[in-house]
Design a protein around this ligand. Structure first.
Ligand code: SAM
Ligand code: SF4
Length: 464
């Protein structure tokens, strides 16, 4: 049987590219790395060459190139967010997920708007400014408008000095009209993972429910962008099928969006399968990705799409997270719970989606990140100032975005240190800010100093 192909994902072409890449010689690998340093991205055959690298010396060169590219474009900033699970009710049977419909081991719950407001107050008290709304695919009586109400609720809560300033959303694929309604709520990024781009594997792990429809899912970002949602985030659930195939398929998806809308996704997520209650697949991933291959995935993506954010969740343990910051990650979650109501009720884990690798709270993660020399950023400026989609990329490409992001990153970090940090974290953070200022160019340093002066004087949410 021929491998399936669609306008979006052409499986025979991917397998052919992987086969042609063989094991490239050192010269060919170095030529690809030299091109990657030009920050213009890579094509599929070049990506395939990098993914085949196993020689330790070449691997070290791949990682060093990814570090340099990350540093040139993003500097030392790492943006922080928290997932906010509003419901674990689901009508689909995804064999890897604890929320799957037939799993009786999970206690089902859809939070009321007041319960959501309570979760939001807790996140604000921790210092978060960005939340990622997550839900299974079965909404309470009010249907999809439940999700819209949840977004409204999250934005409506103010508490102490804080509020959630950007709500990103990860829910099942929507119709064009539903996407329009979501866009009107001024969400940040609409995020959806294809899980696996391999048709046969997709069919074998999605046993029933709407999610069985591969095409409905893979075309979701087209509908989102048609509906005017400029920032979309895509991803693969690594472990279901060969990771090299998935990376090239993800690239086909990206190039399709670029061709059609003039801009690709704002972010790419790289979740690896984690153990989940009632799931053998999650416990024994059929194509488990080793730690070294996982680092290769991050480094290769950094070089392939240098201006696209890479998100690292708390599925991974602290050490892996640390290593991938340098290789290309630009956004991380912290202090996460994957059960609805999990921030208010820390004891209840019987409703969680999967097991976490990093259990540390936000304060500890911020301290760790800052002590490694990264700037924890709580900035939400770009999308609120209209710098989204193609506008964001136009600004990002010549490196101009750093002129805004570095000062905004520092001023939001200072807000965090003053309002929420423990004394220990504040001391580490203030040192980090001083070092960051010393290494900045004159203009951004001046802007950062001005913005931080306002924050010290009691102003909040100051942006440039
Ligand atoms: N229900 C919607 C959907 O499936 O798109 C949205 C949210 S779902 C709760 C979020 C993501 O969690 C899924 O897209 C999947 O990639 C991930 N996930 C599910 N089970 C997982 C597991 N065992 N380990 C790691 N990630 C998992
Ligand atoms: Fe439901 Fe999403 Fe889990 Fe599938 S991955 S069972 S759709 S919550």
């Amino acid at each position: 049987m021929n491998a399936p192909s669609s306008p979006l994902v052409d499986e025979p072409a991917i397998f052919a590219t992987l086969e042609r890449a063989g094991t490239a010689d050192a010269g060919a690998v170095r030529a690809v790395l030299a091109k990657a340093r030009e920050l213009r991205g890579l094509d599929a055959p070049e990506i395939a060459v990098l993914m085949k690298v196993s020689d330790p010396e070449l691997l070290a060169e791949l990682f060093a190139t990814a570090r340099d590219v990350k540093d040139t474009i993003y500097g030392r900033r790492l943006v922080l967010f928290a997932p906010l699970y509003v419901s674990n009710m689901c009508a689909n049977e995804c064999t890897y997920c604890a929320f799957r419909a037939r799993n009786r081991a999970v206690v089902r719950r859809a939070l009321s708007q007041e319960e959501i407001a309570q979760e939001v107050r807790i996140l604000i008290d921790q210092g978060h400014k960005r939340a990622l709304l997550v839900a299974g695919e079965s909404y309470p009586r009010e249907g999809f408008s439940y999700v819209l109400e949840c977004v409204d609720t999250i934005y409506s809560v103010t508490h102490g000095n804080g509020e959630i300033r950007r709500v990103n959303v990860n829910v099942a694929p929507l119709t064009l009209d539903e996407f329009r309604a979501l866009g009107e709520r001024k969400i940040g990024t609409y995020q959806l993972f294809q899980e696996t781009y391999h048709h046969q594997t997709y069919a074998s792990v999605h046993l029933s429910g709407k999610k069985r429809d591969y095409d409905w899912r893979v075309t979701a970002m087209d509908r989102a962008m048609e509906a005017g949602i400029n920032d979309v985030g895509i991803g693969v659930l690594f472990g279901l099928f060969d990771w090299r195939f998935e990376v090239l398929a993800l690239m086909q998806h990206i190039r399709h969006l670029e061709r059609r809308f003039g801009v690709g996704p704002h972010t790419v997520s790289v979740p690896r399968l984690e153990p989940a209650t009632g799931s053998d697949v999650a416990l024994h991933p059929p194509h488990a990705v080793s730690d070294i291959d996982f680092r290769k995935i991050v480094a290769t993506l950094r070089l392939a799409v240098p201006y696209t954010g890479i998100i690292m969740s708390t599925r991974e343990v602290a050490n892996i997270r640390r290593e991938t910051f340098a290789l290309g990650v630009s956004q991380i979650s912290a202090g996460s719970r994957t059960n609805p109501g999990g921030y208010a009720d820390e004891e209840r884990a019987d409703a969680s989606q999967f097991c976490l690798g990093d259990h540390r709270g936000l304060d500890e993660v911020v301290r760790d990140v800052a002590s490694l020399g990264y700037i924890p950023s709580f900035c939400t400026g770009c999308y609120r100032l209209g710098r989204t989609g193609a506008d964001f990329m136009a600004l990002a490409k010549p490196g101009d975005i750093k002129q805004h992001c570095d000062p905004n990153g520092l001023s939001t970090f200072l807000e965090y240190l003053i309002d929420y940090a423990s004394p220990e974290t504040r001391a580490v953070g203030e040192r980090c800010i001083t070092e960051a200022l010393d290494s900045m160019g004159a203009w951004p340093r001046e802007r950062a100093t001005q913005l931080m002066g306002k924050v010290k004087a009691g102003e909040r949410d100051v942006l440039c």
